[in-house]
Write a protein that binds this ligand. Structure first.
Ligand code: SAM
Length: 293
């Protein structure tokens, strides 16, 4: 017990959300030196550790066993062990387990420290092009429609950019409710952040919702929504068309954007044709560099 180079206590360790090279030196050192690594899914964390050449002792700590495991982890730290807490990806405690463990450590006078690193909240927010001076993280909207709509009504008046997690499968229904309840604000869908198919799609909530009417995208998504009552980003009809053309025919994209932007359908159609040709001829340069998981 307590034989590692680390002092006793809890180390909250952020891990990559896709690109393995986003691990920090300090995170790798701490995972190597910890007496125990508490993780959500041992198979997921083993994959990360083996990529780093680390063979640390793992124990599962997730929502189903947390109440049973918490006292055991506390006891080990009281006996001198350094325990690293990780989640499957990103920063632990952010829509992931750990909050009650941190509280229990504070209550027991056990040292707690954090190793900051990747989180989909920050990555999505800073890529969105929406105001970053004030934002509210809203977590996952409820999956049931009634509860989701009630939650959205609860945040509709918040004077800040809103950041949501959502499953790709529920994205179309969620965007439709957002357009209905939050109004036709500007928004961004940040998908597959730091991975091969990283993409940011921007537009009004209405246009974005229509873009997914034919089916959800693949992968992981963050939804970022502008504060109420401001046209914060001066993006033009061309950008709306570019977003809509990702999922719609030229004719449908032009119709949707003409209504949203208040321009004639004929003008929108002419621009859509030009942009569709540009897209068809553009080289594929969308991949961020570095290795991926
Ligand atoms: N604690 C993690 C963090 O700090 O990023 C978040 C965990 S939460 C259970 C998982 C959600 O985060 C996903 O459903 C998605 O909304 C978002 N997410 C995680 N990785 C992502 C990625 N690479 N691209 C986009 N969204 C991601």
């Amino acid at each position: 017990m307590g034989e590692s180079k680390l002092d006793a206590g809890l180390f909250i360790v952020s891990t990559p959300i896709g690109n393995l090279r986003d691990i920090t030196f300090r995170a790798a050192d701490t995972l190597r030196d910890a007496d125990l690594i508490a993780c959500e899914d041992t198979r997921m964390t083993k994959r990360l550790l083996s990529a780093l050449g680390i063979d640390g002792p793992l124990t599962a700590y997730h929502e189903h066993n947390a109440a049973k495991m918490r006292p055991r982890l506390i006891e080990r730290m009281q006996r001198g062990d350094a325990v690293a807490l990780v989640s499957d990806a990103g920063t632990p405690l952010i829509s992931d387990p750990g909050y009650k463990l941190v509280r229990a450590c504070h209550d027991a006078d056990i040292a707690v420290t954090v190793l900051p690193g990747p989180s989909a909240v920050m990555a999505g927010l800073v890529l969105s092009g929406l105001p970053t001076d004030r934002f509210q993280f809203c977590g996952f909207p409820p999956s049931r429609r009634g509860a989701r709509r009630a939650m959205l009504e609860g945040v509709a008046g918040v004077a800040a950019t809103l950041v949501f997690f959502e499953s790709a499968r529920r994205l179309p229904a969620c965007l439709a409710d957002m357009a209905d309840i939050l109004g036709d604000r500007e928004a961004a869908i940040a998908r597959e952040l730091t991975k091969l198919h990283e993409e940011v799609r921007r537009g009004t909530l209405g246009v974005l919702a229509r873009g997914y009417e034919d089916g959800p995208p693949k992968g992981e998504v963050v939804i970022v929504v502008a504060p109420p009552g401001e046209r914060t980003v001066d993006f033009d009809v061309d950008e709306w068309l570019r977003g809509a053309l990702g999922d719609m025919s030229v004719r449908d994209a032009a119709s949707a954007v003409a209504i949203e932007a208040g321009v004639s359908r004929r003008d929108a159609y002419r621009r859509a044709l030009v942009i569709a040709q540009e897209i068809a001829g553009a080289p594929d340069d969308s991949s961020p560099s570095g290795s991926r998981s």
